[in-house]
Design a protein around this ligand. Structure first.
Ligand code: ATP
Length: 235
C-alpha cells in the first residue's frame, strides 16, 4: 500500500480494551480524507494512534515509507506531520503571536512567516498580542490551525475542527482547508462529526463503525448513498 500516509492493519486500544481493529487507509499528497462515524466509533483514537500519542498493538503507519513507530510524537513535524487535536491545544496564557512561534519550533524546514499565517486568518492578525483565553471558539480553532501550518506540514491530522462553532465559521474553515489543499498540495486526514461539511471538501470518506472500516468511497458517492448515511452517519 503506498501513499503519503499509509495505515496498514492498524489496531490499538486503551489498556486491555481494544478499540481499533485492522484499519487500512491511505492519504495521497493533496488529498482530503474524511474519517466519519458515530460517537465512540474510534475516530479520535485513530488520529492519536497515527500521530504516535497512543501505541499501536498491531499494524503500521508510514509517511513516505518511513515507519512512524520509530519517530517520537514531538518529532512528527520534522516528517511533515502536524496534529491538531480535538479541543485545539492552544496555550491560553500565551498571546496569539507566542502560540504561533511555538508552532515553528519543531519544524521540518524553515517555518512560514507569521505574516503568512495572519494573511490566511485575518482575525488573528488583529488579535496578535492578545492571550489565547480572550479568543472566540472560531479564533482558537484558527490559531490551532495556524500553529500547525506554520511548520509547513505535508499532512495535517485534524480532529473535529467544527466542534462548537457556528455554521458560518465552519464554512470558512472548511473553505480554507480546501484552498490550502489546492494551492499547496497539503494532505488532510479529517475527523468530523459534521458529516455534511466534511464530505463537502473531502475527496474520500472512510466510515468507521466499532473500530472497523465499514465503508470507504469517494466523498460524492458516500454523500449520495442514502442507506449508508442512515446506517452510519445519522442523516
Ligand atoms: P467521539 O466523536 O465521541 O470522540 P470517536 O469516534 O472519536 O468518538 P473515540 O474517542 O476514539 O471515538 O473512542 C473510541 C472508544 O474508545 C470509545 O468506546 C471510548 O469510550 C474509548 N475511549 C476513548 N478514550 C479512552 C481513554 N482515554 N481510555 C479508555 N477508553 C477510551
Amino acid at each position: 500500500m503506498s501513499g503519503l500516509l499509509a495505515v496498514e492493519g492498524l489496531s490499538a486500544g486503551y489498556g486491555a480494551v481494544p478499540v481499533l481493529h485492522e484499519i487500512d487507509l491511505t492519504v495521497q499528497p493533496g488529498e482530503i480524507v474524511a474519517v466519519l462515524g458515530a460517537n465512540g466509533a474510534g475516530k479520535t483514537t485513530l488520529l492519536r494512534t497515527v500521530s504516535g500519542l497512543l501505541p499501536a498493538t498491531a499494524g503500521r503507519v508510514t509517511i513516505d515509507g518511513v515507519d512512524l513507530r520509530t519517530v517520537r510524537p514531538e518529532r512528527m513535524v520534522r516528517h511533515g506531520v502536524a496534529h491538531v487535536p480535538e479541543g485545539r491545544g492552544v496555550v491560553t496564557e500565551l498571546t496569539v503571536d507566542e502560540n504561533l512561534r511555538l508552532g515553528g519550533l519543531w519544524r521540518r524546514s524553515k517555518p512560514a512567516d507569521r505574516d503568512e499565517i495572519y494573511e490566511l486568518f485575518p482575525p488573528l492578525a488583529e488579535r496578535r498580542h492578545q492571550p489565547g483565553h480572550q479568543l472566540s471558539g472560531g479564533e482558537r480553532q484558527m490559531l490551532a490551525l495556524g500553529r500547525a501550518l506554520i511548520a509547513k506540514p505535508r499532512l495535517l491530522l485534524l480532529d473535529e475542527p467544527s466542534l462548537g462553532l457556528a455554521p458560518k465559521i465552519i464554512a470558512q474553515i472548511m473553505g480554507l482547508l480546501r484552498d490550502l489543499r489546492d494551492r499547496t498540495g497539503l494532505a488532510v486526514l479529517l475527523v468530523e462529526q459534521n458529516v455534511r461539511s466534511a464530505l463537502s471538501i473531502a475527496d474520500v470518506g472512510v466510515v468507521l463503525s466499532l473500530g472497523r472500516v465499514a465503508a470507504r468511497d469517494s466523498a460524492a458517492t458516500l454523500a449520495a448513498d442514502a442507506d449508508l448515511r442512515h446506517a452510519y452517519l445519522g442523516f
